[in-house]
Design a protein around this ligand. Structure first.
Ligand code: C5P
Ligand code: C5P
Ligand code: C5P
Ligand code: ZN
Length: 472
């Protein structure tokens, strides 16, 4: 009872990849270690298992010559890469030509200058890989193509939405493009709910004062970053904001109570002179996994994706994968423990950037966190800094952190406005890093690289030149 392919433009590629995996019968599944990569692995692993295809899952922080050589050394004829692989096709294609393995790729990153037969990537069909389909979305299309006669894989659409939101693909209009077809599958299958709601982080788990105080995307004077302000705003409302002496959470309020709080918040924002486009950003699409327990991180896709990053970015992708596959015992407890550390690291990292400030070049701005910020989260911190006063929104930001002896991690973040003017950070990171003996890639709006430590300033000069060219 196969249902129509959710994204017709990618259906042939998905079918080709699925056929090759079935033919293999035994597959090594390699995935990227972040929220999108973990959900990609969970989706692909579930679909392979349901199709009776034997497999093993490995995670890599980054695909490079060394990690791909390690994969090639394993005794697998076919390797499925999810949420990475396209950007490293130059290296992968050499291994394929040498007969080391046949690659099957489900990815959404900018492809390198080589191609391969089994390659499922939205960018190959004119679909934007930064905002219209994530790695988990590509893996989901593959899962739909792997469906057997016993049932469909639409229940995996919820995880695909977690991956897309984890890669920050949702805009003020929610998920768009091919992602909308994935959302529709999840709603049809009864695993996902999509509705307009107050668009603040922590709807499920944060007590109301923290929910309002910590939401910093839209700044409301006297509430944002102001604990006593948030508390007095709430207690002045004609809503029961506490029950049995405990603060309630957004999810505990009924529809009327939510409307009352949301409209009071808008009125306060208007009265304090918040610009109207910022006020509109207070409302967005909330995606809820309806089978998950109310009030847990797993029920809100945005909180779920942060929980997964908290495992993945600390070399515990196995824990995140187990949670995605349904472990609500030890794995969930461990993920929650990791989440506390992750939150503390993000907030300390952002504070450090705010204190130290950034250095301005002609076309970009940068900071070097050294060992102050973990290299695996410096990109998330850079992204959060873009929304803060520490960073000038008219230029992209480049962040450095120590990776290992002799190596620097680079992360870059731009804005959609800059992308519309011609910015493509994926090209900037690839070309500037290769010019100093490193490598990189990613998306137009967010990309990264690894370079030799001593080359930071040469890299910056080259990146500044390329950004200048793109924006001219
Ligand atoms: O490897 P990958 O695709 O997972 O990483 C995507 C990264 O790009 C995420 O860290 C996400 O925060 C960032 N991003 C962003 N703004 C966007 C899209 C993605 O900062 N509009
Ligand atoms: O960690 P992750 O990249 O999923 O975070 C996505 C966004 O969620 C952050 O940019 C931040 O605005 C928000 N967030 C937050 N509080 C946290 C973690 C994430 O507000 N503890
Ligand atoms: O690590 P960071 O969050 O800055 O990565 C931003 C984007 O750039 C991600 O999509 C990541 O996969 C990509 N990237 C890459 N090559 C690198 C580093 C990052 O393609 N060497
Ligand atoms: Zn991704």
């Amino acid at each position: 009872m196969a249902v129509a392919a959710p994204v017709p433009d990618l259906a042939d590629r998905a079918t080709d990849c699925a056929d090759r995996l079935r033919e293999a019968g035994r597959v090594l599944l390699a995935s990227h270690i972040d929220a999108d990569g973990i959900t990609s692995a969970a989706i692909a692993s579930t679909a392979l298992a349901r199709a009776g295809i034997d497999h093993e899952v490995v995670f890599e922080k980054q695909l490079d010559e060394e990690s791909i050589a390690g994969i090639a050394a394993r005794e697998y004829d076919v390797v499925l890469f999810t949420d990475f692989g396209s950007g490293q096709l130059d290296i992968i294609a050499d291994h394929e030509a040498a007969g080391d393995f046949v690659p099957v790729i489900a990815d959404h990153h900018q492809p390198a200058d080589r191609d391969t037969r089994y390659h499922l990537n939205p960018l190959l069909e004119g679909i934007d890989g930064a905002s219209e389909l994530s790695g988990a979305g590509a893996s989901y299309l593959l899962a739909r193509a792997l469906e057997g006669p016993d049932g469909d894989n639409r229940d995996l659409a919820g995880l695909a939405v977690v991956g897309a939101v984890g890669d920050m693909q949702d805009s003020t209009d929610g998920l768009v493009g091919a992602n909308e077809a994935v959302v529709a599958d999840g709603v049809d299958a009864g695993v996902l709910d999509a509705r307009t709601d107050l668009d603040l982080y922590g709807r499920q788990t944060r007590p109301l004062p923290k929910f309002l105080e910590y939401a910093s995307d839209v700044k409301i004077p006297g509430i944002t970053n102001d604990e006593s302000g948030a508390i007095s705003f709430l207690t002045d409302l004609d809503v029961d904001v506490k029950r049995d002496g405990e603060w309630r959470r957004w999810v505990d309020l009924d529809a009327d109570e939510r409307r009352a709080v949301a409209s009071a918040l808008m009125r306060r924002a208007v009265a304090s002179g918040v610009p109207s486009d910022r006020i509109e950003a207070l409302v967005g699409t909330a995606y809820t996994l309806v089978d998950e327990e109310v009030g847990t991180e797993l029920r809100d896709v945005s909180e779920f994706s942060t929980l997964l990053n908290a495992t993945a970015r600390y070399e515990r992708g196995d824990v995140g994968l187990a949670v995605c596959l349904g472990d609500r015992g030890d794995a969930l407890a461990e993920a929650r423990r990791l989440l506390r550390t992750h939150r503390r690291n993000l907030s300390e990292g952002l504070q450090w950037v705010k204190n130290e400030g950034v250095t301005h070049e002609e076309h970009l701005q940068w900071f070097d966190a050294g060992s102050r910020i973990r290299e695996t989260i410096v990109g998330i911190v850079a992204g959060m800094a873009v929304g803060s006063p520490a960073v000038d929104r008219s230029k992209p930001v480049i962040a450095f952190a120590e990776k290992s002896a002799g190596e620097l991690k680079v992360s870059s973040r731009g804005s959609h406005a800059l992308v519309r003017r011609g910015l493509d950070l994926s090209t900037v990171m690839r070309e500037a890093s290769q010019s100093v003996g490193g490598d990189g890639g990613g998306h137009d709006v967010a990309a990264g690289a690894t370079i030799p430590t001593g080359e930071r300033d040469a890299f910056l000069a080259e990146a500044d030149r390329i950004v200048g060219e793109q924006l001219s």
